[in-house]
Design a binder for this molecule. Structure first.
Ligand SMILES: Cc1cc2nc3c(=O)[nH]c(=O)nc-3n(C[C@H](O)[C@H](O)[C@H](O)COP(=O)(O)OP(=O)(O)OC[C@H]3O[C@@H](n4cnc5c(N)ncnc54)[C@H](O)[C@@H]3O)c2cc1C
Length: 362
């Protein structure tokens, strides 16, 4: 965010002097006594902090293998669980919802859970957490699953249950800067807060919390604040990735989101066993799923579970952003023996039965 701010300043988009104070910034003026005209525009980008436990430090000489309980089933929990399991740690992942990646549909979540379980990660879902305590040097986590008591114990515990915006020590209340119940700075579509010369960007506002959304919001808010533009933040085509192996990636809406938005949808799914590249690579795990509006033939979204599948999100993100009809995706060249043929095949699959197609279909 700071880098983005500096770049925008260097490029001369903004002609003003901006300084920031690392870590210690706090709103301190009294709005009763200070005149707003004297205050330059202000971008708040104080990020978030993890609502999580500490990663244990390595003890003694050489790596020590330990067993660990991870509470949480979001993307950070899954990435860390798989990494540590592969390093030889015994990982038990405990999740409150009925599946990991709780906002995703069950088919996507079940698929990544299957992979992690195959690698040895123990996953328990649908848990109600009762108590965490230390007993004889071990962490003991007591839970209920369908009213049955389940107790877990391990040497280490990592809590990865979400993030909170880093706004509690800003002094927002001193100037009347409105925060939401979750502590996020409340902003409108232009990223402007209730105080007209204060904008906010990044993890401290309730938008998707990623590096690239923070950079986008940083640029947009600086431009809006300093150049008088009135651009709105738009997240309809933003892609996201869970860096497990295989990756879980998505863009736009899934079926349940289309349903709750009242948008008609149909779904085409291609399994990698139908994709030449995956057959050649002897890795036919998983699938690409496209969701479209059948009335308009516009892509609504996609969900992908594929090794390095995040690369496929970019074509799909552009298709959503620029309203490219699914028929055009289906009839565009996709080089033979690339993973991107999965997108073409899934696009064709809305109209034709995939199994009957030969390679290089148009
Ligand atoms: C484990 C993990 C993995 C992640 N992986 C990815 C990933 O693969 N891809 C991705 O896109 N995103 C990822 N993210 C999310 C990404 O890191 C954040 O969304 C991004 O860093 C947010 O940027 P930001 O500038 O809003 O906040 P930050 O990067 O947190 O920066 C906030 C800055 O504000 C400063 N600050 C705080 N309070 C004050 C104050 N009072 N005064 C002055 N300065 C202050 C802080 O010191 C810090 O320098 C990951 C996050 C975690 C925790």
């Amino acid at each position: 965010m700071h880098t983005e701010l500096c770049r925008v300043l260097e490029e001369g988009i903004v002609e003003t002097k901006v300084s920031y104070r690392e870590k210690t910034g706090m709103f301190s003026f009294d709005p009763e006594k200070s005149s707003p005209e004297k205050i330059t525009e202000f971008i708040n980008a104080t990020g978030q902090y993890r609502v999580a436990g500490e990663i244990p430090e390595e003890q003694g000489e050489g790596p020590e293998l330990f067993d660990i309980i991870i509470i949480g089933g979001g993307y950070i929990a899954l990435e860390i669980a798989q990494a540590w399991q592969r390093l030889g740690t015994k990982v038990t992942l405990l999740q409150r919802s009925s599946h990991v990646l709780s906002k995703q549909t069950a088919d996507v979540a079940e698929e990544i859970m299957r992979h992690l379980r195959n690698e040895g990660v123990e996953i328990f879902t649908g848990l109600t957490f009762q108590q965490v305590e230390e007993q004889e040097g071990k962490v003991v986590v007591r839970t209920l699953q369908n009213k049955n008591e389940l107790t877990f114990s391990a040497e280490q515990l990592l809590v990865s249950t979400g993030i909170r915006p880093n706004t509690s020590d800003l002094g927002a209340e001193k100037i009347g800067l409105r925060l939401s119940g979750s502590g996020h700075v409340e902003v409108n579509e232009h990223l402007q807060s209730n105080i007209s010369h204060i904008y906010a960007a990044g993890d401290c506002i309730a938008t998707p919390a990623y590096v690239y959304t923070a950079a986008y919001e940083g640029k947009l808010s600086v431009e809006n604040a300093f150049t008088g533009t009135d651009r709105k933040a738009d997240y309809t085509a933003f892609p996201w990735v869970v860096f497990t192996d295989p990756q879980v990636a998505g863009v736009g809406l899934d079926e349940q989101e289309a349903e709750s938005a009242g948008i008609p949808y149909d779904v085409s799914r291609v399994d990698l066993s139908d994709v030449p590249r995956s057959l050649a690579a002897f890795d036919t795990r998983d699938f690409v799923k496209l969701i479209r509006n059948p009335g308009t033939d516009r892509l609504l979204g996609a969900r992908i579970i594929v090794h390095e599948g995040s690369e496929l999100t970019i074509e799909l993100s552009l298709a959503i952003k620029y309203g490219i009809p699914v028929k055009k995706l289906a009839s565009s060249f996709h080089a033979y023996l690339t993973l991107s043929e999965a997108v073409k095949l899934a696009a064709i699959g809305f109209e034709k039965e995939m199994k009957t197609l030969s390679c290089c279909v148009v």
